[in-house]
Design a binder for this molecule. Structure first.
Ligand SMILES: [Zn+2]
Length: 389
């Protein structure tokens, strides 16, 4: 999109300079200029960024002596670039590898939450914690980046309803039911572990109870990373909008990690939204090619063609991926993607939806379901042999 801007500016300059010597200013109607203007009205809300685990692995989670404003290493994220990219809301990923069986997953989850909170505390003019739509709006009003959290991998709650609720109280607003391991109650798309139940189970009885408890407390049920059978099982169970926090389209790149059209056709059942993942290997299945910004726009358009333009958003997976698309190398690049959609004929309202308004709508939906269920008692079920079927 840089080239489009350059071409637009060059042709504008040729036109006006040929007639009279007047100063050349950026053409206001250029797609990038329009994208930047629209993003001032509706900033980007990205639902998946792995900066916390990056900071943990690179700096052992010690933030006091590092500068998060401008990072010179391979981080896709820093404060300068978040601002340049018009990021107004970020769900920071609370992730720990499920394959590490020796780890205390609950402790690892808590330590990453603590890291996010220390980051916010250290840069109070930049970040503000947000646990609701109202708190998101307050952060935007204050000119700060609303900072939310999502657990990536249900193993982090150790099959405990109490842990689930306490993570919510700590600020977590979505949980991806699995990462690359099955939990005892939900099936992953990429089994790094043996099946604890027959393949195709999706959710066990206990898994359905977890989903309902998430509905009750107001936590997004995130069905990225899960098996397609789990996606359908969740849609059969949930009473709140589902979230794909970072998932691309299976019809374009046919891997289980991507969402199939059969699920996209069901998104309106709960007003769910798919936030598109930028990882080159999920966007472009041909490993000899590196994906481009245009390929990511193709995924957005495919999801929109099946489910509607109000059912798609952005879940980049920055700092969690080792290969970004050309043109979307880091968090400063979102405006170029919005400009590409404008170029393809998307309306101002459509692109504001993709940037963040669609996510805000379903977040309100999750809060509404939580309010409706306020009389329901907490689920005191425990995982046991009877529930693993
Ligand atoms: Zn992921």
């Amino acid at each position: 999109m840089k080239s489009i801007l350059a071409v637009a500016l060059a042709s504008f300059a040729t036109l006006v300079c040929a007639q009279e010597q007047i100063p050349v200013s950026p053409k206001p109607s250029s797609y990038l200029a329009r994208a930047n203007t629209l993003l001032e009205q509706q900033p980007v809300i990205d639902t998946h960024n792995d900066w916390p685990i990056f900071l943990k692995f690179y700096y052992k989670g010690k933030l006091n002596n590092i500068d998060l404003t401008h990072m010179t290493n391979e981080s896709h994220t820093d404060i300068e670039r978040l601002r340049k990219g018009h990021v107004g809301g970020q769900f920071w990923s609370i992730f720990y590898p499920c394959e590490d069986k020796e780890a205390n997953q609950v402790k690892e989850g808590l330590e990453l939450i603590d890291l996010v909170k220390r980051m916010v505390q250290r840069y109070p003019d930049t970040f503000q914690l947000a646990g609701s739509v109202a708190e998101y709006e307050d952060a935007i009003k204050n000119g700060r980046i609303a900072s939310m959290q999502g657990i990536e991998g249900g193993q982090i709650i150790d099959s405990s309803m109490s842990a689930l609720r306490q993570f919510y109280d700590a600020g977590v607003r979505y949980m991806t039911l699995t990462h690359n391991c099955h939990t005892p109650w939900a099936e992953s798309q990429s089994p790094a572990t043996e099946y604890p139940f027959p393949k195709g189970t999706g959710l066990t009885d206990f898994g359905r109870k977890i989903v309902k408890e998430m509905n009750r407390i107001g936590m997004f049920v995130d069905i990225s990373h899960v098996a397609h059978s789990t996606m359908h099982a969740v849609l059969d169970t949930t009473s709140a909008p589902v979230l794909f926090s970072h998932t691309s389209a299976n019809a374009i790149c046919p891997i289980e990690r991507n969402v199939p059209d059969s699920v996209l056709r069901r998104l309106n059942e709960t007003d769910g939204v798919v936030m598109v993942n930028f990882y080159s290997r999920f966007v472009e299945c041909d490993e000899s090619k590196r994906a481009t910004l245009s390929d990511v726009a193709d995924h957005i358009e495919h999801i929109a063609s099946i489910a509607g333009r109000d059912k798609v958003g952005l879940g980049s997976d920055y700092n969690g991926i080792d290969l970004t698309p050309v043109g979307l190398e880091d968090v400063s690049k979102y405006p170029y993607l919005i400009a590409e959609l404008l170029k393809r004929g998307w309306s101002d309202e459509d692109v504001k939806g993709v940037a963040g308004a669609n996510l805000l709508r379903i977040w309100r939906g999750v809060e509404l379901v939580r309010d409706k269920l306020s009389d329901v008692l907490p689920d005191e079920s425990e995982l046991n042999a009877d529930s693993m079927q």
